[in-house]
Design a protein around this ligand. Structure first.
Ligand code: DC
Length: 233
């Protein structure tokens, strides 16, 4: 029979927008030499594909039809890329186009469609099958990797999450105020945690880690310590 220790190590990282999931997951994966999979990028890629075809994110049947004929691949980035992953839509690298306020909104909208979730969750499970991974998203512990050996629920105070997002927007030259971004972050929280299909929720077996005031190094170290405590590494 398969035991806990013979399974490849699978780590689920869930949490709200701006909690630092991507940076932390990528660093953790690099440190432990695990595959890193960013599932939010797949919802973003679908939103991007819909927008390119002028399909409204809320037009369920057209979104589903677009999804079924769109190929979305997550790949390792070229060296020198500023992101720890590359996203391809029908063979074209669109990574840099996925991180705009427009795709933020589109991804949040298409992710409320239950059939979109079912389809992408299946794809995500195929990608992780039999592999040692760090996978991040909103429903990883709940749906994608329910048997992950460690499930982390990464949080931070809304003001801090908004401040981190504001920096990202500023890096892209987008003019926003902190008040706008706090309001938008609260909206995203409400949307992601109140949708009917697999809302963002902290599960009883999630280990919550509040990253407010912590550096990325501190957070990665805390997770590694937790893995060591549980004798997973
Ligand atoms: O992690 P992110 O901000 O890139 O995610 C973009 C959107 O996709 C976010 O609004 C929530 C949704 N999402 C989801 O519903 N389930 C996931 N596993 C990952 C992301």
């Amino acid at each position: 029979m398969e035991t806990h220790n013979t399974r490849p190590l699978q780590i689920a990282i869930d949490g709200p927008v701006g909690a630092g999931k991507s940076d932390i997951s990528a660093r953790l994966a690099a440190k432990l030499r695990l595959l890193y999979l960013n599932t939010g990028a797949m919802y973003r890629a679908l939103a991007y594909a819909c927008r390119r075809e002028r399909i409204a994110y809320t037009d369920t049947s057209r979104v589903l039809e677009c999804m079924r004929r769109t190929r979305i691949d997550l790949k390792k980035p070229d060296s020198g890329s500023r992101r720890p992953f590359a996203v391809f839509v029908n063979g074209t690298d669109v990574t840099e186009e996925l991180f705009t306020p427009e795709t933020d909104k589109g991804a949040s909208d298409v992710s409320t469609i239950a059939d979109v979730r079912r389809y992408l969750v299946e794809r995500q499970q195929e990608m992780a099958q039999g592999k040692a991974v760090v996978m991040e998203g909103r429903d990883i512990g709940l749906r994608v990797l329910p048997h992950a050996q460690l499930k982390v629920f990464l949080t931070a105070r809304v003001e801090e999450r908004a401040r981190r997002r504001l920096l990202q927007f500023q890096e892209k030259g987008l003019a926003k105020t902190i008040d706008d971004v706090i309001a938008d972050t609260r909206n995203r929280d409400t949307k992601d945690s109140t949708r009917t299909a697999d809302p963002l929720t902290k599960l009883p077996d999630h280990w919550e880690l509040d990253t407010t005031g912590l550096s990325q190094d501190d957070v990665v170290k805390a997770i590694i310590d937790k893995l060591a405590d549980r004798k997973l590494i």
